[in-house]
Write a protein that binds this ligand. Structure first.
Ligand code: NAP
Length: 458
């Protein structure tokens, strides 16, 4: 029954396997969109079964995330739920793919807009959300009628494979959700095959801006549709009118989730002169009280290890660069005694824009504080980045809230709030933070083609 539900079995060719030692040779053209309508109740119910199985197996799935990434178990449990919700959300969206009828000035014609699945989607994901970054893409793709080939990060392949097992159990036919784990040394070659093979119609990537640019370059030759969720440099602005306690709670939540290794983690704290000292003092106190470094499986751990030693080296480099240029270590500042992949949650003050941590994504547990005087100055510093994913600010002045929310050059804004991700809301960035949006009612559009049909002779 189910095999007629996805594009591949509706006429699009299968992805081929290369013989050992040989590369795939691109074919001349990519498949046209599927003929049938995109909305499909059967796909919806299969996605819903997949969601149900994720919930039934949530404890095991969370343990897999902690084992492969070091993420504290409680956070991993949160990720599993967040991840499963994308399957539930898109199982519902699968039934709501609508077209349009357009009335033009020509009385003997009617114009229709059909929505059709794009085709085979190649999905390349990072290690920091080994499950949710997959379902956010795959839920939308499968709901639209596309098939997927997922290349997970080398460090975290097991969540992707566990999802495959549950997809099988849900009754999703073989060949619809495909996983190709590979080692880091092969990632470049696999990425090139996925991005250049004409059988692939869509590339959806989450990862660094540098890798995103390489994939865009590869995808250009066959003009594929692309979605890019790339790096950020989130500003977290605290204005004089802010409530200090709320701002510090938001700062802790937005900075230290997954030990600072999320793309929406605050990277730069901009704090207005009048509230600066109170904010820094309280932030340091709350960090010491609430952040506990340890093994992700141990009760009470809030800060696990970083993903690898290279990640620790980057945090170390940002701290030493800042200190050498005049920053002050308020708390933390060095590797943690637990081992080479652990770093102390660190707060720096007297940070300036010349320091690396102000203009490079740290992706670790470092909170650098820059003092500013005026709203204009804060906006200018925040917008100086060439990326724009998330931004946060705390203010109790309604006019300022509107002004700043509208002026920040980012895709997502948290106003008096440090946690903003939700399956119902569009996730994505502007500038070099990416292209397209995931989740929400907009996410499915990334996997659909519009076809205009002009119906004449009426
Ligand atoms: P990354 O190095 O770009 O890796 C991401 C994925 O791309 C991994 O699967 C990686 O494989 C693969 N990859 C690397 N080079 C490749 C190439 N030349 N061709 C094809 N695939 C390639 O990023 P990361 O350091 O793992 O992840 C952190 C970055 O992701 C941060 O910049 C963060 O802001 C961003 N991120 C963005 C979002 C968002 O939604 N905007 C969400 C999460 C993370 P290997 O693991 O095998 O190297």
């Amino acid at each position: 029954m189910a095999t007629c539900l996805w594009l591949r079995s509706c006429g699009a060719p299968r992805l081929r396997s290369a013989p050992p030692g040989r590369r795939l040779r691109p074919r001349a053209s990519r498949p046209a969109p599927a003929a049938g309508p995109a909305a499909c109740p059967e796909r919806s119910s299969l996605l819903r079964k997949w969601y149900d199985l994720m919930i039934q197996n949530k404890d095991d799935l969370a343990k897999i995330i902690t084992a492969e990434s070091g993420k504290p178990l409680k956070e991993a449990q949160g990720e599993v739920l967040y991840s499963a919700l994308f399957l539930e959300w898109f199982s519902e969206e699968a039934r709501r793919i609508y077209g349009d009828i357009i009335y033009t000035p020509a009385k003997d014609k009617r114009a229709l807009v059909l929505k059709q699945p794009l085709g085979v989607a190649a999905v390349i994901t990072p290690w920091n959300f080994p499950s949710a970054m997959i379902t956010r893409k795959v839920g939308a793709a499968l709901a639209a009628g596309c098939t997927v080939v997922v290349k997970p990060a080398e460090d975290t392949p097991f969540s992707a494979l566990a999802l495959a097992e549950l997809a099988n159990q849900a009754g999703i036919p073989p060949g619809i959700y495909n996983v190709i784990p590979c080692s880091r040394k092969n990632a470049r070659e696999v990425g090139e095959v996925l991005c250049t093979d004409p059988l692939v119609s869509k590339i959806s990537f989450t990862g660094s801006t540098a890798t995103g640019k390489v994939l865009l370059h590869h995808a250009a030759n066959s003009v594929k549709r692309v979605s890019m969720e790339l790096g950020g440099l989130a500003p977290f602005i605290v204005f004089d009118s802010a409530n200090v306690d709320q701002a510090v709670a938001g700062a802790l939540a937005s900075k230290f989730r997954n030990s600072g290794q999320t793309c929406v983690c605050s990277n730069r704290f901009l704090v207005q002169r009048g509230i600066h000292d109170a904010f820094v003092k309280k932030f340091a106190e709350e960090m010491k009280k609430n952040l506990h470094v340890g093994n992700g499986f141990e009760e009470g751990t809030t800060q696990g290890p970083l993903i690898n030693e290279k990640a620790v080296e980057k945090v170390e480099k940002h701290v030493s660069d800042a200190v050498s240029k005049g920053a002050t270590v308020v708390t933390g500042g060095k590797r943690h005694q637990l081992g080479k992949n652990f770093f102390e949650p660190t707060l720096l003050s007297n940070v300036t824009q010349e320091m690396l941590c102000s203009h490079e994504e740290t992706f670790g547990p470092l909170a650098p504080v820059i003092k500013f005087n005026t709203e204009e100055e804060a906006i200018a510093i925040a917008n100086a980045a060439d990326v724009g994913l998330a931004g946060y600010f705390y203010s109790q002045d309604p006019a300022q809230i509107w002004r700043v929310a509208e002026q920040l050059e980012v895709g997502m804004v948290g106003v008096n709030e440090g946690l903003i991700s939700s399956v119902e809301c569009p996730f994505g960035g502007v500038k070099q933070s990416g292209l397209g949006r995931e989740g929400s009612k907009y996410g499915i559009d990334e996997y659909l083609e519009l076809k205009y049909v002009c119906y004449g002779g009426l």
